[in-house]
Each structure stands twice: as C-alpha cells, then as structure tokens.
Design a binder for this molecule. Structure first.
Ligand code: SAM
Ligand code: SF4
Ligand code: SF4
Length: 353
C-alpha cells in the first residue's frame, strides 16, 4: 500500500492490523457538543436548536474512559488526543486528564480545541493536570472571514490570545490547524503563514476532507497541498523536511530563512493510510478504526455489563487485528467513481478530528 510517510515502527509490542500497522494513538471524543458552528463541520442548518445532542448518561464517564485508555495502552497506545466536539466543554476535564496521565505507557497527551475557553488559567490547569501539547483550530486571521466560518461571530483575535495562553503555560509546541476550502479562505494562506512566522507555533494547513455527510464536500473545494506550497512560495522559500516520527500525518516544511516550520496535511491529495496507527473512541464509547468509518464498534455495552479487563482487551485487539481501513487511499484510487457506501459516514464532530 502506498504511503507518503515511513512505514509503521515494527518494533512496537502490541497488536497490529491486517496491513501490519500497530495501534499507537487513541483519539478520545469527550463530547459531541460545540459552541461553534463551523460551516464545514457542524453547519447551523443541521446542528440548530432542535438538534438532539447526547444526554449526559450516554457519555462514557471518566472511569470508563480511563479503563479503556489503560487497556489500549497495554496494546501499544502511547499517545492520547482529547477532542470532540469542543473538549473544553466537558466538565472537570482536568480530573480525567490527571487519571489518563497516570496510565503506564502513556507518554503524550494532547488536546485539540477551538480555543474559546482556553484562558490563561485554564491553560495552566491543563498543563498541571498532564496535557503536554495543544492544537488550536484557526481557519483565518481575518476576523470577518473567521466569523463567517465559525458562524457564531467569534473573532480570530481571541483565538490568537488563546494561542498565547497555551504558549505561556508551556503547552508546547503549540500547533494551529487551518482547514483550507476553495472559495472560502484560500486567501488566508499567506496572511496565516505571515502571522505565524518566527512565532514557535507550527501552523498546519489541512486539506478539506470528505468526513461525515453534513458538509456537502466536493472535490472542487479541496485546495491541494501542492497549491498551498506554491502559494507560500510566491512570498517565501520553503523546503521539505523528513518526518519526525513514523506515521506522521503532516508533511513538514521549513522556511529557508529560519522563520520556523509549517505542516501540510494532505489527506486528500496524498493519503497516508500506510502509516495510520490511530483509533478513535466516540463520546459514547464506540471504537472507530478509521476517520471515515460508517459504524463504530460498541465498547460501552460490554463495559457497562460487567466485562473483565481481559475480555475488553480481547475485544479491542480483535477489532484492531481485523482492521483493513485505507479509505483515503481508496478514495484516491476511485475518484472517478466515488464509493457508494460513503453516505452514512460518521461526522467529525461526533468521533473527533
Ligand atoms: N472543536 C475542536 C477544534 O475545532 O479544534 C476539536 C474538534 S474538531 C472536529 C478537530 C479538527 O478537525 C479541527 O481542527 C477542525 O478544523 C478539523 N475538521 C473538521 N472538519 C474537517 C474537515 N471536513 N476536513 C478537515 N478538517 C476538519
Ligand atoms: Fe466545533 Fe471544532 Fe467542529 Fe468547529 S471544527 S464546529 S470548533 S467541533
Ligand atoms: Fe487512517 Fe482512515 Fe485516514 Fe486512512 S483514511 S489515514 S486509515 S483514518
């Protein structure tokens, strides 16, 4: 199978899937709720006041999340990413983080957030609880463009403050995710690049992906990585760097003049399924082995009906061992004839980005 990155590290103990990819990262969605309505993720027409979000009792509680994370760690997971929805909406998240940080084998805890709740104090509390790094999402530097994307009138300037708060708290290196959509914000590529030069923040441009079914994705709206690189090169010389770690999602680039690094996540134009070591746990305890999954495997029922750790471990490792997902590569192979089963794919806000 083609891969733009190094093959997975075969020396890691634990479970591997049908393409010999080890299970190393677990992305945990803490909630399906969000205080933004980004037009490409939770469009207002579908996530309006009548939308039924999950009731609290449906969500995995902290004990259940910790238990699954511990079992996953025993199977080779070393990295956890907390996401959503908006993860900082989950009450007492610090308590959960402290429990996750204490798990043997977990050496990296990251959080992806829209930054709206990341005050100076919150950033310090997250660091103290055990978060190593945060990724903030910011799709435009221009307030008007950003407000139109998040659709709740939230200004970019406030996310920039949250980024500073994260840096001050030592949640570093801070990364910034910027999803580029043609006709929406491709004019923000250069201003965003300009703002984050010499900042120690790693800006990552992300190709707009066909996750879920609610964002009306069309290939024409994808600005491919090549075009993003060309745009940056109209103003600055940049060179490609080798991957930091096997299975890294972003192509790494560096400014030749020493102004820092940028990443490009080319999931559509250069799929990286070959190095994909990620599983995703939805807020209600379904395990997805691919971002483009249609059905997750229910772990909450066995959790709540008395399954032992050994039984849960066998379940999890069986799911991973049977995994043969390579959706993005298949999409690339079949662009002329998009997969019929694409409808019904789970939403990004539901299983977490
Ligand atoms: N609410 C948090 C945030 O926005 O950072 C965490 C959850 S959000 C689903 C995680 C990331 O997924 C964000 O950076 C968002 O921009 C990205 N994302 C959502 N839909 C996407 C899509 N269709 N294509 C590419 N990235 C997407
Ligand atoms: Fe919320 Fe993040 Fe989705 Fe925007 S991208 S709607 S902030 S979950
Ligand atoms: Fe991993 Fe699925 Fe994305 Fe491929 S399409 S990189 S298998 S999540």
């Amino acid at each position: 199978m083609a891969s733009q990155n190094h093959p997975p590290d075969q020396t890691t103990p634990g479970v591997t899937d049908r393409y010999a990819r080890p299970l190393q990262d677990l992305r945990i969605s803490l909630t399906d709720r969000c205080n933004f309505r980004c037009t490409y993720c939770m469009p207002r027409e579908l996530f309006g006041s009548e939308h039924l979000f999950l009731p609290r009792r449906e969500l995995l509680d902290f004990e259940e999340i910790e238990r699954l994370a511990r079992i996953a760690a025993g199977l080779g997971v070393t990295k956890l990413r907390l996401t959503g929805g908006e993860p900082l909406l989950r009450r007492d998240i610090d308590v959960l983080i402290a429990r996750l940080a204490a798990i043997d084998g977990i050496d990296d805890i990251c959080l992806t957030t829209n930054g709206s709740l990341l005050t100076e104090q919150r950033a310090r509390e997250l660091k103290a609880a055990g978060v190593n790094r945060v990724t903030l999402s910011l799709d435009a530097i221009d307030d008007d463009v950003f407000k139109a994307i998040n659709d709740v009138g939230y200004p970019a300037s406030k996310v920039l403050t949250a980024i500073d708060n994260a840096k001050a708290a030592g949640l570093t290196p801070v990364k910034v995710n910027c999803v580029i959509q043609r006709g929406v914000n491709e004019d923000q590529i250069l201003p965003m690049a300009e703002y984050f030069r010499h900042s120690d923040v790693v800006l990552r441009f992300i190709e707009f992906m066909d996750v879920g079914t609610s964002n009306g994705w069309r290939m024409e709206e994808v600005v491919p990585a090549r075009e993003i690189v060309e745009t940056i090169r109209t103003r600055h010389a940049i060179s490609r760097l080798p991957a930091n770690v096997p299975g890294e999602t972003a192509n790494r680039w560096v400014y030749d003049d020493g102004a820092g690094e940028i990443g490009i996540i080319a999931s559509v134009s250069q799929p990286f399924c070959g190095g994909c070591t990620r599983a995703r746990l939805s807020a209600i305890g379904e395990l997805y082995t691919c971002l483009f999954g249609v059905h997750g495997r229910d772990l909450r029922t066995p959790l709540r009906s008395g399954a032992s750790d050994d039984e849960l471990r066998a379940l999890l490792s069986g799911i991973w061992a049977a995994r043969d997902d390579r959706y993005s590569e298949q999409r690339g192979e079949e662009t002329a004839n998009r997969r019929g089963d694409a409808d019904g794919k789970v939403e990004m806000s539901y299983i977490g980005g």
